[in-house]
Design a protein around this ligand. Sequence first.
Ligand code: ZN
Length: 223
Amino acid sequence: MNSRIEKIRQLLSELEAETATTPKGDAGFSALELPDIIGEIVDDLQPILTAYDAAFYWFLFRHSIAKDGNPQIRVSRSSLRRAVVKSSYTNAAENNISIGKVQDTLHALEQIGAIQKLGEPNRHGTLYRVLIPDEIEACREFRAERMAEETALFPLSHKDQYQLRTQVFERDAYKCRRCEKQLTRFTATTDYVKTPTEGGADTAENLVTTCTDCNTRGEKRTS
Ligand SMILES: [Zn+2]
């Protein structure tokens, strides 16, 4: 284990030495933007990547934008091969993944638009620019699909829906308006007075607190 940590440490300092020679990027990111960017990577990029692609992307992101706000990073295939993932496919002594797999993965990330090659390789490696979901067309498309689905499922945002439900529960004192059972915020549900198909709206006036038994929106019951 210690030798593995030592190897990683050595590798990181090699990578740092390599990136020190990298020119400053065309776009800098501030530390304040990082939480949002990370959230977008998880929501909009990770789902469209394979596990390998994602591991490589996170590594490149961590050593570029997340390190100093500079989206450019120079990497050599041989260092990536040692750094990013431990292969479960080979029994090779160091359990590295092959150079070919590294190449394929970088190529896949380029195809998706998650990274962009900025020049031809030199003896320190190849210069790449790491892109964030806002800059990646495939991510913007995926986000649009995701948002459309979420809007269909929840016409209100999660936060608005939560606030509306709470408002209805408090008005009804957490009691089922149909059977008068006392409920809690964990057992209470809301039901429409007039369903959306009858023209009912998502408003407090059109919602009542119900227990799950009295809630007619639940799955059809046989009893
Ligand atoms: Zn009830």
